[in-house]
Design a protein around this ligand. Structure first.
Ligand SMILES: Cc1cc2nc3c(=O)[nH]c(=O)nc-3n(C[C@H](O)[C@H](O)[C@H](O)COP(=O)(O)OP(=O)(O)OC[C@H]3O[C@@H](n4cnc5c(N)ncnc54)[C@H](O)[C@@H]3O)c2cc1C
Length: 478
């Protein structure tokens, strides 16, 4: 068998982070073992890479080795009676959802991209539009098999090596490589949801609606980042309820009438054409969306396929990336319920005052989980997405660092998959010194040579390491 090593540039999903590295594509555990041995021989650090849908540098490893796990994409078993599926790490959440849907099951928690791999979902402990009800992805993982830096394979679960399981979920690939995941899926009554919109004239009203919609199965708020004054934070709350039906037949996924390639081309073209008038276009689109939700949305609910209600269409990614050639900076703050209104208002006002209007803003409800690097709280998160332009990037970053201070003062947290400006100091202050120490203690135990590293590791964790580990790292780099 030939093993291919390439060198190349890998870019984060937000397009703001770029890294030159060695790339190895693994198709099975033997490939992983080989790649780890080669990395040791060559003195390279290693990071696993899934679909690359993290906005940050979590899956980048400059001048190190990136192990692409998307070739490990077999469904290992599917028990349609119990809703238990075992998969390799490169299987996407969309593939799991499609297979499960046919038997009336669904991932209990899923991000809104169908392309994220299961390895990536566990490693980032992703959240979804039902996070306040069902928590984080890791809460629905029955067990994991992992390959450690020592070459040892372990099976982790809430009862088998519980401490390592609790740390591995959400560890951003820094403790080892996930080689398989066993998931407990959720029974659903049908493959459809009833979707309802409620418009809100202000942030206060939007948060009130999100608080009221306890019965919803999925819930998300959208905020018009351009609205000011009395209307600051106006938006739309979208709720979805599983559609009950006694029909247990296999539901076909709705057929797409426009070929995917054509959709991609249209999206790319529209994105490119929209660049010169980006702000005005988004401002008008926001206004139109808000007005439409006001008169039409609140009058009725409509039926939508669960798959399409959950995941962004791939053409949207293409359009978004064509629209923002220099990428986007994302900021997601998780804050307790009591702090949300004041803090979110301040975040929107500061953005507007600095002339950095967030182009896409969403609010979700969350609940705290018990994973070591857990970032969700009993409260809300506000995600803000800004256009990046080389002329103003430093000012934008300065403003966002200021917002991070506010979030920390309010007892808030950040998400390693989305907040690329988080530093060691800010992370320690948000999640707590003890948590960072506990994580690094485990890392030093299971990965004493610091084999698993990423750009995120250097940015967020490295400064917390004792000098001996820094020396080890410096030696490898030479
Ligand atoms: C359009 C869009 C919408 C999104 N929506 C949401 C959302 O609703 N909720 C949410 O929580 N997130 C969301 N995300 C973020 C995304 O779901 C996460 O970043 C997820 O981790 C991406 O998975 P991936 O396969 O692309 O992983 P990558 O980005 O490739 O890697 C992510 C991390 O996982 C590690 N990793 C990957 N594979 C393995 C493995 N086999 N073993 C160990 N570690 C591994 C990597 O080292 C890295 O640290 C969204 C992203 C996009 C682009």
């Amino acid at each position: 068998m030939t093993h291919l090593w390439e060198q190349g540039n890998v870019v984060s999903w937000s397009r703001t982070q770029r890294s030159h590295c060695y790339i190895f594509k693994a198709n099975d555990i033997a490939d992983l073992t080989y790649a780890m041995a080669m990395a040791r021989t060559k003195g390279l650090s290693v990071i696993p890479h899934g679909a690359g849908h993290s906005y940050t540098d979590a899956a980048l490893n400059s001048e190190g080795l990136l192990i692409d796990t998307t070739g490990m994409h077999r469904i290992l078993s599917w028990d349609a009676e119990q809703g238990i599926m075992q998969v390799e790490p490169g299987v996407t959440i969309g593939e799991v959802a499609r297979l499960a849907l046919a038997d009336c099951w669904w991932p209990a928690i899923t991000p809104s991209t169908a392309e994220a791999t299961i390895g990536g979902c566990v490693a980032m402990n992703v959240n979804g539009k039902n996070a306040w009800k069902y928590g984080s992805f890791g809460e629905h993982v029955l067990s994991l098999t992992v390959l450690l830096a020592s070459g040892q394979t372990l099976t982790l679960s809430p009862t088998n090596h519980p401490e390592l399981f609790r740390a591995f979920v959400g560890s951003a690939g820094l403790l080892g490589i996930i080689t398989s995941v066993t998931l407990q899926l959720q029974r659903i009554p049908s493959a459809y949801v009833d979707v309802r919109l409620r418009s809100a004239t202000s942030l206060n009203e939007l948060l009130q609606i999100l608080g009221e919609e306890q019965a919803a199965d999925f819930l998300e708020g959208w905020v018009d980042g351009f609205a000011r004054g009395d209307q600051l934070g106006r938006g739309i709350a979208t709720s979805a309820l599983y559609r009950a039906t006694s029909n247990r037949a296999r539901w076909p996924l709705p057929a797409l009438s426009i070929p995917e390639q054509l959709k991609q081309d249209i999206a790319r073209c529209s994105g490119t054409l929209g660049r010169p008038v980006l702000k005005e276009t988004v401002r008008s689109a926001n206004k139109a969306m808000y007005c439409w939700s006001k008169w039409w949305g609140s009058k009725r609910s409509w039926q939508q396929s669960l798959f399409h209600a959950t995941y962004y269409a791939p053409a949207m990614f293409t359009g978004y990336q064509a629209l923002l050639p220099q990428g986007a900076e994302t900021f997601q703050a998780f804050v307790p319920y009591t702090q949300a209104e004041v803090l979110f208002k301040e975040m929107l006002q500061r953005s507007q005052a600095n002339n950095f209007i967030p182009l896409w803003c969403t609010i979700k409800r969350h609940r705290q989980d018990s994973f070591l690097l857990g970032y969700q709280l009993d409260g809300y998160s506000l995600e803000l997405n800004y256009q990046v332009a080389s002329r103003t990037i430093q000012q934008l970053r300065g403003m966002l660092q200021g917002l991070m201070e506010l979030v920390i003062a309010a007892g808030g947290r950040f998400y390693l998959a989305k907040d690329s400006l988080l530093t060691n100091r800010l992370y320690r202050r948000s999640i707590g010194d003890q948590t960072v120490e506990a994580f690094l203690k485990l890392k030093q135990f299971y990965d004493p040579e610091m084999r698993f590293q990423s750009n995120l590791f250097h940015r967020v964790f490295q400064a917390s390491l004792p000098a001996t580990n820094e020396l080890c790292y410096a030696r490898e780099r030479r």
